[in-house]
Design a protein around this ligand. Structure first.
Ligand code: DAH
Length: 348
């Protein structure tokens, strides 16, 4: 046996001297320690020996296997290192080549404006809430003072989905009713709800059948129109610049009384008149008002105790003004080549 073992060691030595590629290592493993390798064969023959002999011979064969495996693995490492060194020597890096441009995306501008609104309102203690886009007629119209057959419904050309009960919300105001109705203890409310709304408008540069509103509602005790004015003017200064002046014009909505249209001084010409403000010095950014008595009542808030204000900003309008975009369809464009110019616009 010892002779056999020595012979195997000698063979391996000369085999190892002739190895120079990885395939040779694979072959060597098969030849010595593989399933039908010579060492495996020795182990299989173990049964021909007596119990006594098996012990010492087994030990010898095991040692041989370990020794052979180590030698082959070491050689494999040497070959791998050689291959790596060869590769490194051959390859060279031309550091004068221009780098590949890394394309980095940036948030959609409309999304940025919505986030700005959210963060300013959150800093004033408002919660950001969500509401369904597939809405019930009750929330979208009835609880807001627009019963079936009311002529003002026509102004919000609505997509009805099922009979005249289920629709795509035509504004984000239904979230007001939903929020108030959900407050069982009739506690104060302070929310904004940015979201999509839908109307059967023809799509052109300033209209889209889908658009984004930022709804707001506050209900508490002693809330007055002047609180609305104060809040809106702080928000607009934060969003459009410290020198922004806010103006309210009388308006009419069924769910607020009194109702107003919110204008800000043109941030481009500072009120002097330019093409952005159509030479008026003012830009309309949304509607608002003091929550109507009947809306509070319909949503379970006693109007003798509670009062509130509500507002709705047009998000696309604000974004178009802020970033000088003149086509609303820009926001919904998915062609990266066309949206690229807007990626790098700095916030101002
Ligand atoms: N929902 C109105 C619209 O779509 C905007 C609006 C006006 C919302 C007055 C309000 C509000 O909450 O008080 O034109």
């Amino acid at each position: 046996m010892e002779e056999k073992i020595n012979q195997i060691k000698l063979n391996l030595k000369s085999d190892l001297d002739n190895v120079n590629k990885l395939q040779d290592i694979v072959d060597l493993k098969a030849k010595y320690i593989g399933k039908s390798g010579c060492i495996t064969e020795l182990m299989k023959n173990m049964k021909d020996y007596s119990q006594e002999e098996r012990k010492s011979i087994g030990q010898l064969v095991n040692n041989l296997k370990n020794e052979v495996t180590d030698l082959i693995v070491n050689k494999e490492e040497v070959i791998n290192n050689n291959l790596l060194n060869e590769k490194l020597e051959k390859e060279s890096i031309d550091i004068s080549l221009p780098a590949t441009e890394i394309v980095v995306g940036s948030p959609n501008i409309l999304e940025r404006v919505i986030e700005d609104f959210e963060s300013v309102f959150m800093s004033m203690g408002y919660d950001v809430v969500d509401g369904p886009e597939l809405e019930e007629d009750r929330f979208n119209f009835e609880l807001l003072g627009l019963p079936k057959g009311h002529p003002a419904r026509d102004a919000q050309d609505t997509f009805y989905v099922k009979d005249d009960e289920l629709l795509l919300r035509s504004h984000t105001s239904p979230v007001q009713a939903r929020t108030m109705l959900s407050k069982e203890g009739k506690e104060p409310v302070r929310i904004i709800c940015p979201g999509k709304a839908y109307r059967r408008d023809d799509d052109d540069a300033t209209h889209s059948h889908q658009f984004t509103q930022i709804e707001g509602l506050i209900v508490d005790k002693n809330i007055k129109l002047s609180d609305l004015k104060g809040t809106v003017s702080i928000i607009c200064k934060k969003l459009f610049g410290d020198d922004t002046v806010t103006r309210f014009r009388p308006s009419y909505y069924q769910f607020t009384e009194p109702s107003v249209e919110m204008d800000i001084s043109c941030f481009n010409c500072k009120g002097k008149g330019c093409n952005i403000c159509k030479n008026t010095g003012w830009i309309t950014i949304g509607g608002a008002g003091v929550v109507h008595y009947n809306v509070l009542k319909g949503c379970g808030y006693d109007p003798k105790i509670w009062s509130g204000f509500a507002f709705g900003f047009g998000a696309e309008r604000c974004a178009m003004l802020k970033y000088g975009i003149n086509d609303i369809r820009t926001f919904y464009n998915t062609d990266l080549r066309e949206t690229k110019p807007f990626d790098r616009r700095e916030d101002n």
